[in-house]
Ligand binder design. Structure first.
Ligand code: F42
Length: 148
């Protein structure tokens, strides 16, 4: 089930436009970054402060039906705000991969488990390695697993 409540599109035009195209075409269009081939998926979270529904495309990092959200933000100094949404409402996240939409539960990984997922993330989208070099913060990896 999609998250209920008011959808507040991203203030970033390229982000909200990609979400709009992806949703309208069930991921047949808007499914990569411009000029790239790696696939993206769309995640929906609940605003930590506003309670509004937020949507973000992120690179697809998937293994065994579990999806990772890599909070890279291009190597910016601060975590993206959706990371705080997941911390506040870990049980309110949905994943859209193509025409498949499902409810998940978010869990940040650390230590050995994170190292394994970081390798998967860099294999899926090599630029993540450069993003980590650009910033002093450790880029978080949050897994989304199906809600049972
Ligand atoms: N970002 C990544 O971090 N990793 C990726 O792999 C990635 C891939 C990607 C592919 C395609 C594409 O179009 C975008 C991609 N992005 C990727 C960008 C990603 O979708 C986000 O735009 C980016 O991570 C920044 O997220 P953000 O949530 O920080 O965005 C800001 C601009 C934003 O939306 N701010 C809102 C605002 O109104 O200023 C607030 C949004 C929000 O959730 N607010 C919360 C609320 O309560 O509503 C409060 C959160 C808090 O601070 O507690």
């Amino acid at each position: 089930m999609p998250l209920e409540g008011e959808y507040e599109p991203s203030p970033e035009k390229w982000v909200r436009d990609q979400v709009e195209v992806y949703e309208r075409t069930s991921g047949r269009e808007g499914n990569t970054l411009p000029g790239r081939t790696e696939p993206v998926v769309v995640f929906t979270t609940r605003g930590a402060k506003s309670g509004k529904v937020r949507k973000n495309p992120l690179m697809k990092v998937e293994h065994g039906g579990v999806y990772a959200m890599v909070a890279s933000q291009g190597g910016a100094p601060k975590h993206p705000t959706w990371y705080f949404n997941l911390k506040e409402h870990p049980d309110q996240v949905t994943v859209q991969d193509g025409d498949r939409v499902w409810d998940g539960v978010a869990r940040e990984v650390t230590g050995e488990e994170k190292a394994v997922w970081w390798e998967r993330a860099v294999a899926a989208f090599p630029d993540y390695a450069e993003y980590q070099r650009r910033t002093d913060r450790e880029i978080p990896v949050v897994l989304v697993e199906p809600r049972s």
